[in-house]
Design a protein around this ligand. Sequence first.
Ligand SMILES: Cc1cc2nc3c(=O)[nH]c(=O)nc-3n(C[C@H](O)[C@H](O)[C@H](O)COP(=O)(O)O)c2cc1C
Length: 183
Amino acid sequence: MKTLVIVTHPNIEASNWNKSWLKELQKHGDITIHELHKKYPDENIDVSAEQRLIEAHDRIIFQYPLYWYSTPPLLKKWFDSVLLYGWAYGPDGNKTEGKEVGVAISTYGTEESYQATGFNRYTLQEILRPMEALAHFISAKYLPHFSLNDTSDVTNERLVQSSLDYVQHIKTVKPVKPVEVAQ
Ligand SMILES: Cc1cc2nc3c(=O)[nH]c(=O)nc-3n(C[C@H](O)[C@H](O)[C@H](O)COP(=O)(O)O)c2cc1C
Protein backbone atom coordinates (compact mmCIF):
# COMPACT_ATOMS: atom_id res chain seq x y z
CA MET A 1 0.00 0.00 0.00
CA LYS A 2 1.77 3.17 -1.19
CA THR A 3 0.44 6.28 0.50
CA LEU A 4 0.53 9.81 -0.86
CA VAL A 5 -0.43 12.82 1.26
CA ILE A 6 -1.32 15.95 -0.70
CA VAL A 7 -0.95 18.92 1.65
CA THR A 8 -2.66 22.19 0.73
CA HIS A 9 -2.13 25.11 3.08
CA PRO A 10 -1.75 28.64 1.68
CA ASN A 11 0.54 29.67 4.54
CA ILE A 12 2.12 26.60 6.08
CA GLU A 13 4.77 28.67 7.91
CA ALA A 14 2.04 30.35 9.97
CA SER A 15 0.20 27.08 10.55
CA ASN A 16 0.09 25.26 13.86
CA TRP A 17 -1.77 22.07 13.07
CA ASN A 18 -1.01 21.28 9.44
CA LYS A 19 2.65 22.15 9.97
CA SER A 20 2.85 19.85 12.98
CA TRP A 21 1.17 17.02 11.04
CA LEU A 22 3.57 17.60 8.16
CA LYS A 23 6.60 17.38 10.46
CA GLU A 24 5.32 14.11 11.90
CA LEU A 25 4.69 12.70 8.40
CA GLN A 26 8.26 13.55 7.42
CA LYS A 27 9.50 10.96 9.94
CA HIS A 28 7.83 8.22 7.92
CA GLY A 29 9.80 7.38 4.80
CA ASP A 30 7.06 5.09 3.51
CA ILE A 31 4.67 8.04 3.06
CA THR A 32 5.07 10.33 0.05
CA ILE A 33 4.39 13.97 0.92
CA HIS A 34 3.36 16.41 -1.77
CA GLU A 35 2.92 20.07 -0.79
CA LEU A 36 0.92 21.83 -3.49
CA HIS A 37 1.82 25.41 -2.53
CA LYS A 38 5.50 24.52 -2.31
CA LYS A 39 5.47 22.72 -5.66
CA TYR A 40 3.33 25.33 -7.40
CA PRO A 41 3.94 28.77 -5.83
CA ASP A 42 2.51 30.25 -9.04
CA GLU A 43 -0.43 27.79 -8.85
CA ASN A 44 0.46 26.54 -12.34
CA ILE A 45 -0.26 22.83 -11.94
CA ASP A 46 1.66 20.30 -14.04
CA VAL A 47 -1.27 17.98 -14.80
CA SER A 48 0.75 15.10 -16.27
CA ALA A 49 3.15 15.07 -13.31
CA GLU A 50 0.24 15.05 -10.86
CA GLN A 51 -1.48 12.21 -12.71
CA ARG A 52 1.73 10.16 -12.68
CA LEU A 53 2.02 10.74 -8.94
CA ILE A 54 -1.52 9.53 -8.33
CA GLU A 55 -0.98 6.50 -10.58
CA ALA A 56 2.08 5.55 -8.51
CA HIS A 57 0.14 5.42 -5.21
CA ASP A 58 -2.74 3.37 -3.79
CA ARG A 59 -3.94 5.57 -0.93
CA ILE A 60 -4.30 9.33 -1.38
CA ILE A 61 -4.93 11.59 1.61
CA PHE A 62 -5.91 15.23 1.06
CA GLN A 63 -4.72 17.24 4.07
CA TYR A 64 -5.93 20.84 4.48
CA PRO A 65 -7.42 23.40 6.86
CA LEU A 66 -11.19 23.67 6.37
CA TYR A 67 -11.92 26.93 4.53
CA TRP A 68 -15.55 27.99 4.25
CA TYR A 69 -16.63 24.39 4.76
CA SER A 70 -14.53 23.47 1.74
CA THR A 71 -10.95 23.15 0.51
CA PRO A 72 -8.38 25.91 0.02
CA PRO A 73 -8.67 27.15 -3.59
CA LEU A 74 -5.49 25.52 -4.92
CA LEU A 75 -6.83 22.08 -4.02
CA LYS A 76 -10.11 22.83 -5.81
CA LYS A 77 -8.02 23.91 -8.82
CA TRP A 78 -6.09 20.66 -8.52
CA PHE A 79 -9.33 18.62 -8.67
CA ASP A 80 -10.54 20.61 -11.68
CA SER A 81 -7.20 20.27 -13.51
CA VAL A 82 -6.07 16.75 -12.66
CA LEU A 83 -9.20 14.58 -12.38
CA LEU A 84 -9.90 14.60 -16.08
CA TYR A 85 -12.38 12.85 -18.33
CA GLY A 86 -10.70 9.87 -19.96
CA TRP A 87 -8.25 9.60 -17.06
CA ALA A 88 -10.28 9.57 -13.82
CA TYR A 89 -13.72 8.95 -15.31
CA GLY A 90 -15.54 8.39 -18.58
CA PRO A 91 -14.69 5.73 -21.18
CA ASP A 92 -11.23 4.32 -20.42
CA GLY A 93 -10.96 6.78 -17.55
CA ASN A 94 -9.92 4.19 -15.01
CA LYS A 95 -6.64 5.45 -13.53
CA THR A 96 -8.15 6.17 -10.11
CA GLU A 97 -10.28 3.05 -9.99
CA GLY A 98 -9.89 1.10 -6.74
CA LYS A 99 -7.60 3.66 -5.12
CA GLU A 100 -8.35 4.81 -1.58
CA VAL A 101 -9.12 8.47 -1.03
CA GLY A 102 -9.26 10.17 2.35
CA VAL A 103 -9.33 13.58 3.95
CA ALA A 104 -7.53 15.08 6.95
CA ILE A 105 -8.75 18.49 8.07
CA SER A 106 -8.29 20.99 10.84
CA THR A 107 -11.24 23.19 11.88
CA TYR A 108 -11.57 26.27 14.04
CA GLY A 109 -15.02 25.04 15.04
CA THR A 110 -15.27 22.79 18.08
CA GLU A 111 -16.49 19.20 17.95
CA GLU A 112 -19.81 20.30 19.53
CA SER A 113 -20.26 23.00 16.89
CA TYR A 114 -20.17 20.37 14.14
CA GLN A 115 -23.44 18.74 15.18
CA ALA A 116 -27.04 19.17 14.00
CA THR A 117 -27.76 21.19 17.13
CA GLY A 118 -24.42 23.03 17.13
CA PHE A 119 -23.31 26.34 15.66
CA ASN A 120 -22.22 24.86 12.32
CA ARG A 121 -25.45 22.83 12.02
CA TYR A 122 -23.87 19.91 10.17
CA THR A 123 -21.43 17.20 11.10
CA LEU A 124 -18.04 17.06 9.42
CA GLN A 125 -19.09 13.84 7.76
CA GLU A 126 -21.94 15.79 6.13
CA ILE A 127 -19.73 18.76 5.26
CA LEU A 128 -17.28 16.36 3.61
CA ARG A 129 -19.95 14.73 1.42
CA PRO A 130 -18.56 16.47 -1.71
CA MET A 131 -15.24 14.70 -1.07
CA GLU A 132 -17.04 11.40 -0.58
CA ALA A 133 -19.00 11.99 -3.79
CA LEU A 134 -15.78 12.90 -5.61
CA ALA A 135 -14.17 9.63 -4.52
CA HIS A 136 -17.20 7.71 -5.71
CA PHE A 137 -17.24 9.56 -9.04
CA ILE A 138 -13.65 8.59 -9.79
CA SER A 139 -14.30 4.97 -8.72
CA ALA A 140 -12.14 5.28 -5.61
CA LYS A 141 -12.89 3.98 -2.13
CA TYR A 142 -13.63 6.69 0.41
CA LEU A 143 -11.88 6.52 3.77
CA PRO A 144 -13.27 7.79 7.09
CA HIS A 145 -11.88 11.30 7.59
CA PHE A 146 -9.40 12.48 10.21
CA SER A 147 -10.11 15.80 11.91
CA LEU A 148 -8.74 18.08 14.59
CA ASN A 149 -11.28 20.60 15.90
CA ASP A 150 -10.92 23.74 18.00
CA THR A 151 -7.68 24.90 16.37
CA SER A 152 -7.40 28.02 18.55
CA ASP A 153 -6.71 25.79 21.56
CA VAL A 154 -3.04 25.37 20.75
CA THR A 155 -1.03 23.42 23.30
CA ASN A 156 2.08 21.39 22.77
CA GLU A 157 0.29 18.34 24.15
CA ARG A 158 -2.57 18.63 21.64
CA LEU A 159 -0.16 19.25 18.76
CA VAL A 160 1.92 16.18 19.62
CA GLN A 161 -1.08 13.92 20.25
CA SER A 162 -2.98 14.94 17.11
CA SER A 163 0.14 14.46 14.97
CA LEU A 164 0.64 10.94 16.34
CA ASP A 165 -3.08 10.16 15.93
CA TYR A 166 -2.99 11.47 12.38
CA VAL A 167 -0.15 9.23 11.22
CA GLN A 168 -1.71 6.26 13.01
CA HIS A 169 -4.99 7.02 11.22
CA ILE A 170 -3.31 7.20 7.82
CA LYS A 171 -1.59 3.89 8.35
CA THR A 172 -4.59 1.95 9.67
CA VAL A 173 -7.77 3.47 8.23
CA LYS A 174 -10.04 1.20 6.20
CA PRO A 175 -12.52 2.20 3.48
CA VAL A 176 -16.13 2.92 4.37
CA LYS A 177 -18.43 0.23 3.04
CA PRO A 178 -20.26 1.86 0.12
CA VAL A 179 -24.01 2.29 0.47
CA GLU A 180 -25.94 0.00 -1.88
CA VAL A 181 -27.69 2.10 -4.50
CA ALA A 182 -30.45 0.82 -6.79
CA GLN A 183 -29.40 1.14 -10.43
C1 LIG B 1 -10.44 31.72 4.68
C2 LIG B 1 -10.70 30.89 5.89
C3 LIG B 1 -11.86 30.17 6.00
C4 LIG B 1 -12.10 29.36 7.11
N1 LIG B 1 -13.25 28.61 7.17
C5 LIG B 1 -13.47 27.79 8.23
C6 LIG B 1 -14.65 27.01 8.28
O1 LIG B 1 -15.49 27.00 7.38
N2 LIG B 1 -14.83 26.22 9.38
C7 LIG B 1 -13.92 26.16 10.41
O2 LIG B 1 -14.17 25.43 11.38
N3 LIG B 1 -12.77 26.89 10.35
C8 LIG B 1 -12.54 27.70 9.30
N4 LIG B 1 -11.38 28.43 9.23
C9 LIG B 1 -10.36 28.24 10.27
C10 LIG B 1 -9.28 27.28 9.76
O3 LIG B 1 -9.81 26.02 9.43
C11 LIG B 1 -8.20 27.14 10.83
O4 LIG B 1 -7.61 28.40 10.99
C12 LIG B 1 -7.15 26.10 10.43
O5 LIG B 1 -7.72 24.83 10.36
C13 LIG B 1 -6.02 26.10 11.44
O6 LIG B 1 -5.05 25.15 11.02
P1 LIG B 1 -3.48 25.58 10.86
O7 LIG B 1 -2.96 25.86 12.25
O8 LIG B 1 -2.82 24.43 10.22
O9 LIG B 1 -3.46 26.83 9.99
C14 LIG B 1 -11.14 29.27 8.14
C15 LIG B 1 -9.95 30.03 8.05
C16 LIG B 1 -9.73 30.81 6.93
C17 LIG B 1 -8.44 31.59 6.84
